[in-house]
Design a protein around this ligand. Structure first.
Ligand code: MRU
Length: 351
């Protein structure tokens, strides 16, 4: 496990490690309502697809507790409004919608019970989503550790670690599991302009857990691959389409193309909750557009002239053809990815 807590349920609040302040300050922020929790997701206090899902579920449980009405129809209406608000926070990570759907499904199962019992059930569901996320990341970590050679130099992008999940990580969950299996690994973290999740968060988290890590700028990856200084790439995902196209942090696609050029394996580590069977291909994945000021500034400092026109697509789509395998808690999906993905979801009893 990681040596810190990304998020925590406190009964009357959702506690979040404020990731905007890392690595300079380690501060827990208390969200005391569903609205405060939704704003924390929007403002990147918490980020990373699975962590966003867990946080949204906790925010809904908190909001449900605070609904004053004992009338079941009025309660249902208020809960629906909270779900709709939570769904407007960020568009790309499908885990957000997956978690909201799970909370709605639990609500539907409990709807006939007294309000206080529904509130308890929703709290129980949010805590289950959190616990399952950790277990699932551990399981996919064990699957992924098999493809990591001893002594591997692993390039990762953005932060797909304990900070981006309930507490173990997807891409960094594979790294953690490889270390736990006794393998020596060295992570190369690309800084991930413009929000710097690689520099600020991945390096912080790995240093904290004493896993060797070296920081590079995004543009250095090709050079290192050409010189034989990277053995494989492992990244996380925000949404994987049914055909295996992968949306992840902007810059991921560039690493995938470079990996192909240099004949290096390119793996995506993600739980099944990141796979969106309702979206056939990557073309259907909504890509979040963030404030261009995040590009024209580095922290508080302006790095481009006043009035600079800038773009900020926060994610890109790596076509399935560039993906060597998708590491999930149900096993490793390999090419043809569309078929392997379908198999992952097949009920084992029906085989
Ligand atoms: O904008 P962010 O920081 O939420 O983007 C996060 C990523 O792109 C991660 O790589 C992805 O969510 C996988 S997290 C296990």
């Amino acid at each position: 496990m990681s040596s810190f807590k990304t998020l925590e349920w406190a009964g009357d609040a959702v506690l979040l490690l404020d990731q905007r302040k890392l690595p300079a300050e380690e501060v827990m922020l208390a969200c005391r309502s569903a609205e405060e929790t939704a704003r924390a997701i929007e403002n990147m206090v918490v980020r990373g697809a699975p962590a966003i899902g867990v946080c949204a579920a906790m925010g809904l449980a908190l909001g449900a507790k605070q609904i004053k009405s004992n009338d079941s129809a009025a309660f249902a209406k208020s809960f629906e409004t909270l779900c709709a608000r939570m769904a407007r926070t960020r568009p790309t990570a499908v885990n957000l919608f997956w978690a909201i759907d799970r909370m709605k499904a639990r609500f539907a199962r409990e709807e006939k019970r007294p309000v206080s019992e529904i509130q308890n059930a929703l709290e129980e569901e949010a805590l289950a989503i959190h616990a399952e996320d950790i277990a699932v990341c551990r399981a996919l970590g064990r699957v992924g550790a098999e493809v990591v050679p001893d002594g591997a130099r692993i390039l990762t992008h953005c932060n797909a670690g304990a900070l981006a999940t309930g507490g173990y990580g997807t891409a960094l969950g594979v790294v953690r599991a490889a270390v736990e299996a006794g393998k020596r690994v060295h992570v190369i973290s690309s800084e991930t302009r413009p929000f710097l999740q690689g520099a600020r968060l991945t390096v912080w988290e790995l240093q904290k857990d004493k896993i060797p890590v070296t920081l590079i700028t995004d543009s250095m990856a090709g050079h290192l691959m050409q010189r034989g200084e990277i053995d494989l790439v492992i990244v996380g995902a925000d949404r994987i389409a049914a055909n295996g196209d992968v949306a992840n942090k902007i810059g991921t696609y560039t690493h995938a193309v470079l990996a192909r050029t240099h004949d290096l394996p390119f793996y995506v580590a993600a739980p099944l909750s990141t796979i969106d069977l309702r979206t056939p291909t990557g073309a259907g994945i909504p890509i979040e557009s963030r404030d261009p000021e995040e590009v024209t500034r580095a922290g508080a400092s302006r790095i481009a002239p006043e009035g600079t026109r800038a773009l900020h697509p926060a994610f890109d789509v790596t076509p399935a053809a560039y993906v060597s395998g998708i590491i999930t808690e149900m096993g490793l999906a390999r090419s043809p990815l569309a078929d392997s993905i379908r198999d992952l979801f097949r009920d084992p009893g029906s085989k």
